[in-house]
Design a protein around this ligand. Structure first.
Ligand code: UDX
Length: 482
């Protein structure tokens, strides 16, 4: 099939590349000419494992093209995906200006039936706004009767695993209108997604509003799990329980499940904070505030300070002369995305308190430097107090503490003896609970995780059988590396 994907951001690029990989002809327009130039020169605007190879192959084989010629992109395909950004506006609602601009462009150039698919995460009711915008453009051209249908097909891609998520979806949500246009839209989208439904049907067909809502509900549910675990972790610290063992203990219940139960430094990224905020807004606007979700947001904001509180408790609020090693800057492994990364507020607070920071991240250092410089634009001199180093151990050299903020694989099994020797004082603050407390203690390191300080007291043989059998991630390798 021919498909147009408007917007070469994260979602648009992944969707375009993957649909081309499946054999479709894909046109990816973007109003940002620099991005188009970069992509056409073989460059990559984002870091996403596997994406570059897929793009290269499909461009070479002629199935994927990038251009800023919007008229050509509308003419190219009957199915037009809108995958442009929806940044939050000042009050936290999703700003639809790019989505509606893309809709208008389609309306200005279309010359026959189109299926217009909202792929961007947009509030309930957006499809109707898209429809009105297209209709207005058509009317201005004297084509008020030209037919089209607006559908909703939200994405559920995780950064760092987006290709895998796209190619092996657990569900494909299609929201279509109940009229004849909706049927045509459904037929086209079913055909496009047919390769994913060979073994069993993954498509969930529903009305457009429910599809739009599904995306927010999914992210809100996941964010709720995280905030709830973070609150439990803080309580575990107080009562002397280990949240990691508790996680394994509750995750074995299939009604709960193991995933998304990791306590940490709070969720970040481009989706959770923005989508949770937007859903809270929608709820308020409808006179039905979501009390649980409001609390989820508050807990997340305070969770970003939990590690800092441990730092202040140990070193006091003035940290001149102190050196902190940071492992991990991106909001999660597998990406260079710094949006809402907990590392930003933590490093900013350390620098503002007078500390020196030595930071490592396998891919996000450049992005982090830019993000931090903008966060601290009022005190640009402070950027002199942060250095980005090539190796994790370089960061630890002479540091008063190591703070782990992203659970990159290469941080999971450090040489603990070398780490201890590098540090000026042997303190490890683990914001992702990737180490085993007793292994750290055995290596002479003072270990503080999130909600697990009691675990140092446990002997290996006391651990839950699932851990011993390796059914759940026990961070075993750290033990052996010690
Ligand atoms: C998320 C959704 O998973 C995806 O379906 C949606 O389409 C976009 O938003 P993403 O933002 O890429 O994807 O990251 P995800 O892996 O979901 O993690 C989000 C945040 O939650 C990260 O900051 C992560 O560190 C944090 N997290 C995740 C936890 O703190 N604990 C967990 O158990 C899981």
């Amino acid at each position: 099939m021919n498909v147009t994907i408007v917007g070469t951001g994260y979602v648009g690029l992944v969707t375009g590349a993957c649909l081309a990989e499946l054999g479709n002809n894909v046109f990816c327009p973007d109003v940002d000419q620099n991005k188009i130039k970069l992509l056409n020169a073989g460059g990559m605007p984002i870091h996403e494992p596997g994406l570059e190879e897929i793009i290269q192959r499909n461009v070479e084989e002629g199935r994927l093209r990038f251009s800023s010629d919007v008229a050509a992109s509308v003419a190219f395909a009957d199915v037009q995906f809108i995958a442009v950004g929806t940044p939050p506006d000042e009050d936290g609602s999703a700003d639809l200006k790019y989505v509606l601009a893309a809709a208008r462009t389609i309306g200005r150039h279309m010359d026959g039936f189109k299926v217009i698919v909202d792929k961007s995460t947009v509030p309930v009711g957006t499809a109707e706004k898209v429809e009105a915008a297209v209709r207005e453009e058509l009317a201005a051209r004297g084509l008020a009767d030209m037919e089209f249908s607006v559908a909703s097909n939200p994405e559920f891609l995780k950064e760092g695993a987006a290709i895998e998520d796209f190619m092996r979806p657990d569900r494909i949500v299609l929201g279509v209108a109940t009229d004849a246009g909706g049927e045509r839209a459904l037929a086209a989208l079913r055909e496009l997604y047919r390769p994913f439904n060979r073994n069993h049907e993954r498509t969930r067909v529903m009305d457009v509003r429910s599809a739009e809502f599904t995306k927010y509900a999914a992210n809100a549910m996941l964010a709720t799990r995280i905030s709830f675990m973070n609150e439990l972790a803080n309580l575990a610290d107080k009562v002397g329980a280990d949240i990691e063992l508790v996680r394994q203990g509750i995750g074995s219940d299939p009604r709960i499940g193991y995933s998304f139960l990791y306590a940490g430094t709070g969720y970040g990224g481009s989706c959770f904070p923005k989508d949770v905020d937007a859903l809270c807004r929608t709820a308020q606007e409808n006179g039905l505030p979501l009390q649980v979700l409001d609390a989820v947001q508050r807990v997340n904001a305070s969770q970003k300070k939990v590690l800092l509180d441990k730092v202040w408790a140990r070193f006091g609020h003035r940290t001149e002369g102190r050196v902190f090693a940071i492992w991990g800057l991106a909001f999660k492994p597998g990406t260079d995305d710094m949006r809402e990364a907990p590392s930003r507020s933590i490093i900013e607070a350390l620098l503002r308190a007078g500390a020196t920071v030595r930071a490592h991240d396998p891919v996000a250092q450049e992005q982090a430097a830019r993000a931090l410089a903008s966060d601290m634009a009022d005190q640009p001199d402070l950027m002199r107090n942060i250095t980005f180093v090539a190796q994790p151990l370089d960061a630890a050299q002479g540091a008063d503490a190591l703070i782990v903020l992203t659970e990159w694989k290469n941080y999971k099994s450090p040489n603990l003896r070398a780490l201890k020797n590098a540090l000026r004082s042997p303190l490890v603050l683990d914001g992702r609970n990737i180490y085993e407390p007793h292994a750290m203690a055995a290596a002479g390191l003072t270990y503080m995780g999130i909600g697990r300080n009691n675990a140092a007291l446990l002997k290996a043989e006391d651990r839950l059988p699932e851990v011993a059998e390796g059914l759940v991630e026990p961070n075993e390798r750290v033990t052996s590396a010690a």
